[in-house]
Design a binder for this molecule. Structure first.
Ligand code: SF4
Ligand code: SF4
Length: 512
């Protein structure tokens, strides 16, 4: 049974450009530039040195503190630099990156012992999630959240459901479709490993209805395990968002400020499941991924298994290069992806697509005034009122936009896509949310500083009290001692001695 989800848009999918292109493995390029942060969380710390030879799959960056992920060499060769290099982000900002000159042998390093036994696996759930963490696996649907952290959520939340995301709702992108058709058995194996690791009672593989061949292949492969259901979901963007997919297949709504685990489910992508199978069954860390290269600006659209760290330039060259005038290069899908700053940016774990779009493929026109049609409201899957939020943001009223939910925006871009006035609504929200997050961070920092100052003042007040009490005690003790001396002398009766005692007592009292 499927549950209805709100909002969303019907898109022109244009998947036919690459959907019939089987996955091809790209030869290792001469050089790979592997960023140490390809995931949500803190960057990995480099564990190799310049000049060192590394094998394919060798750890080159150890996961940092908190949420993070390991990073491995995607081919064998020599580390020629560990330096700041361009990240695949529209800002063009740099990141610490390990640069490896390939030796052309693509020789694997020593890998961990694989687990080849059939189910039930001779390994504990914790051992499996540790292996997934060691392999540097992150969500390959684009979110790049460390997968082991999700598997370990069973220790924090009561999880009963594993949803496998095969929706692939972004236009042009077909890498998951091809993987499901070509590697269904591996995917199902990874799904079973993850289901065991989180002790899931039900497993649902959800695929958009526009991929009938993938549905058929996955249903066939899933016959090995009766707890797995393969269901089709409507073809409607953004069905691939974890919250919407979960709602569609289980009816469970995830509050905006919560994770799906808090409503008893974890959602993993099909490519992630395949990577988990490779890590457990062959001991291979995540060193490559399938990327869809598409758009009318590319000569030979394709699905390519690409070594991580390969430059977009090398990948495009492998796909026949570009037609003379593509207008826009995008990393990811056209709805939730981002413009690439340069062809020198590397392919990373979250790169599901590289698109070269021509002017006719871009839904952009001159922005005109809002005609109050309400289409953006109907399209918003998060139940927001984009038109109102945009107006508040335009007026600089970020807190007003926040008050009506701007921070619940999942940046799907449906509102911008549907707007007949070509108002870049989603851009307003990402701008405003960036500012609001910065303001929140600043407010938290100010709170921390205020708390530190208050603690320091309280400590100083306590120390002053202690000093005052000690001083009063000293005075009292001295006065008591002086009085005792005086009374002894007076009792002896010698007048000079009495005067001297009185003087000494006064002196003592004055000195205290
Ligand atoms: S980008 Fe945000 S506001 Fe616009 S439709 Fe998506 S969730 Fe709603
Ligand atoms: S879709 Fe565009 S024109 Fe229509 S109400 Fe929203 S912002 Fe205004």
């Amino acid at each position: 049974m499927l549950f209805s989800v709100r909002g969303g848009v019907k898109l022109s999918y244009r998947k036919e450009l690459s959907s019939e292109s089987p996955i091809v493995r790209m030869p290792t390029p001469k050089r790979v530039c592997i960023p140490l942060q390809q995931h949500v969380g803190s960057p990995a710390e480099p564990v190799v040195e310049v000049g060192q030879w590394v094998g394919k799959g060798q750890l080159i960056g150890r996961a940092g503190r908190g949420i993070s992920a390991n990073v491995h060499a995607s081919t064998s060769g020599t580390v020629i630099a560990i330096e700041e290099r361009m990240a695949p982000h529209p800002s063009g900002l740099t990141q610490p990156t390990v640069v490896i000159d390939a030796d052309g042998q693509d020789r694997w390093a020593d890998l961990v012992q694989p687990i080849t036994a059939d189910f039930p696996l001779p390994a504990s759930p914790k051992e499996l999630s540790d292996r997934v963490a060691a392999a540097g696996i992150v969500g390959l649907g684009g979110a790049a959240f460390p997968s082991a952290v999700k598997l370990d959520m069973r220790y924090k939340h009561s999880i009963d459901t594993l949803v496998i995301n095969g929706a692939e709702c972004e236009p042009y992108i077909t890498c998951d479709d091809r993987l499901m058709r070509e590697a269904a058995n591996e995917i199902v194996d990874g799904v079973r490993i993850m289901a065991y690791a989180i002790a899931a009672e039900q497993v649902i593989i959800a695929i958009e209805a526009n991929k009938p061949k993938a549905v058929k292949a996955m249903r066939e492969a899933a016959k090995v395990d009766s707890s797995i259901r393969v269901v089709t979901v409507p073809t409607r963007f953004p069905m691939g968002s974890a919250q919407h997919l979960l709602l569609a297949v289980t009816g469970r709504e995830t509050p905006a400020d919560k994770r799906t685990a808090e409503v008893g489910a974890v959602v993993h992508n099909v490519a992630t499941a395949r990577a988990v199978s490779s890590a457990i069954r062959r001991g291979e860390p995540l060193v490559s991924r399938v990327v869809t290269v598409s758009g009318h600006g590319v000569r030979e659209p394709a699905n390519v298994e690409v070594p991580l760290g390969t430059s977009v330039e090398d990948l495009l060259a492998f796909c026949g290069g570009l037609h003379p005038v593509p207008t826009l290069l995008i990393g990811g899908g056209p709805m939730m992806g981002a413009p690439l700053p340069s062809v020198h940016a590397p392919v990373v774990k979250g790169s599901c697509g590289v698109l070269a779009l021509t002017a006719s493929e871009i839904n952009e026109g001159p922005e005109s005034p809002c005609i109050r049609c309400g289409k953006c409201v109907t399209a918003c899957p998060a139940g927001l009122v984009p038109v109102e939020m945009a107006q508040l943001i335009k007026r600089g009223d970020l807190q007003g936009a926040k008050a009506i939910g701007s921070q619940d925006c999942i940046a799907c871009g449906s509102c911008s896509f549907i707007c007949p006035s070509h108002i870049p609504l989603a851009h307003y929200f990402s701008f405003a949310n960036g500012k609001l997050n910065a303001l929140d961070r600043d407010a938290r920092r100010q709170d921390r500083i205020r708390a530190l100052i208050q603690a320091r003042n309280e400590r100083a007040a306590r120390e002053a009290e202690v000093k005052k009490a000690a001083s009063a005690a000293r005075k009292a003790a001295k006065a008591a001692a002086a009085a005792a001396v005086a009374s002894v002398v007076v009792a002896c009766g010698a007048p000079e001695a009495t005067e001297a005692a009185v003087a000494a007592t006064q002196q003592l009292e004055e000195s205290t």
